[in-house]
Structures are given as structure tokens and as C-alpha cells.
Design a protein around this ligand. Sequence first.
Ligand SMILES: [Zn+2]
Length: 315
Amino acid sequence: VSTAALRVGIDIGGTKILATAIDGDDQIVASVRAATPLGGEAVVAAAHAAVEELRGQLRGRPLASVGLGIPGQVDHDLGTVAHAVNLGIGEAVAIGPALAARTGLPVGVENDVNAAALGAAALLRPGRPADLAYLSVGTGVAAGLILDGRLRRGSHRVSGEIGHLRVAPDGPRCECGLIGCLEAVASGAAIARQWPGTDGQSPAEQLFAAAADGDPAAIELRDTVAGHLADAVVLLAVTVDPELVVLGGGVAEVGLPLLAAVRRSLVARADRSPFRRSLELADRTVLVPTGISAGILGAALVAPPAPSVEPEAVA
Ligand SMILES: [Zn+2]
């Protein structure tokens, strides 16, 4: 039995917290699940409890660090999160320092989509620098960018927030207040609103199954959603030209039928453009690997912020 230090990844979602300990080969050796409470202080307490439960399962095997993937506007340097509406967090909360103080471990905090992008990069390009855009299609729509091997957070920490691009001027109002956002027409929530389905499978899975059975309304909605996602792939591709665009998030659990629909739209949109065809975007668009969750693995890979350098030390 190895005694090498393990990294903890905590994926904080709108309804549940998943915490895992991962070894040097990116394999899960322990995991804990809990309901997500509301409010910054409660989230810190729940994350702390999850770390202690992992410690109990691991019987004293040392932990090296904790990485947190959390929705909202994250400042990785400060370890703060703000505007995480589903978690009841508005003003910035210093979740990283608070969790570090309680666990005695270095803690890194990252936006959940960025963390999943780190995980997708590790899964798709193990051991070498990745260059990809991770397009998360879940309750919302957003992208995480790993460019030339580095996570691009952005000057205002909103890099990849393409879900609020207006793509359907006659579309429904988005939760952000704007009309016709990508997120309002092509997210898991947008699908659920237009194709509620029955209990059991997700609305997206039921939509794609009905379309495969030939239901004309399902085919129309499927192709509309896939068309918007194809436009998002094009946007990412012509903006930063990544090697790969990776489809992830809850809707991507539909799997190959989703990928096929998005690829068909990409091919159709390139039909009259030799330039567009030359980009081979259908081939560069892939599904996030299944098995270990990219969000969980990516959270464990979030590095704690580098210690700030004292001015005296520089001189
Ligand atoms: Zn919006």
C-alpha cells in the first residue's frame, strides 16, 4: 500500500458536493458525497466535513492539498468566490483561506468549468500540454480554455463565459436579464423547459431518444439546440483556435447522439465555405471522456495559489 500524499478534489455543485482523494496516477482512492448547503459559511463547513470524512476513510494517509471547483466568479489568487447564485453567495467569500485554516492544508479554488477543463485536459492529453476549449453544457453554458497548456482565466475572470452571448434575438429572456442568450436556448435548463419529459432519464436524453424514434418535434428541437452548440464551437474555434473543442456537462451525458448532431450542424454550416471546411471542426469536436469525472479530477488538479513574494525578498 502506497503512503504517498494524496490530492483532494472537491466539486461543489448546485445540489451536491463530491469530494475525492486522488493518487499520483489520477486514480480515486476515497470519495464522499453530501448535499450542498446554502451560504458561504455553510459551504466552507460542508467542504471541511468532507475532508475530515476522507481522512477517516484513509486512516491517516497524508493529504497534500485540496482543490475546489465551484460555480461563480472565482479569484484564484485570493481564493474567493462571488456571484454563485445557486449557492446563496453574492459578495466575495474567502472560501480558500477559510478551508485552509480549518484543514491545515493548502487550498486552491477554481471556477467549476475551468476545473473541469483542467480535468478534461489531463484525461485527453495525459503527460503533455493540452490546447483545448471545454464547452460545458449543463444547467448553464460556459467554456473553460486551456491554451498552450495553461488555463486562461481572463483579466476579469470571466474568460469563456459565452453562455450570455445573444444568439436568438426572438428567444426567451435569460436569467441574466438579457434576451436570447445561448444559455437560454441551448442549455440543459433550456431543453428541460421545452422538452420536460417524464421522471427517470434527463430531459436531454429523452429528447434525443424521441428524435431517434422519428418524433418531428423532437428532431426540430434537437437540431435547433445542436445548431446553437455548433455555433458556439465555431465561436471558440475562430477566437482561440484550440486543437480540440470538448463537449462536457450534464447534457453531454447524452453521448454520441449529441456529438453526432453537433458534428452534422458543423458540416452543414461549412457547406458553402472552403475556409470553414478547411478548419475540420467536426473532427476537432469530441466528447469529454467518461469514467472519472473531469470536474472531480480537475478540482484535485487545481493548484493552491503561489505564495505572494515579499518586496524585501525581491530586493
Ligand atoms: Zn444570459
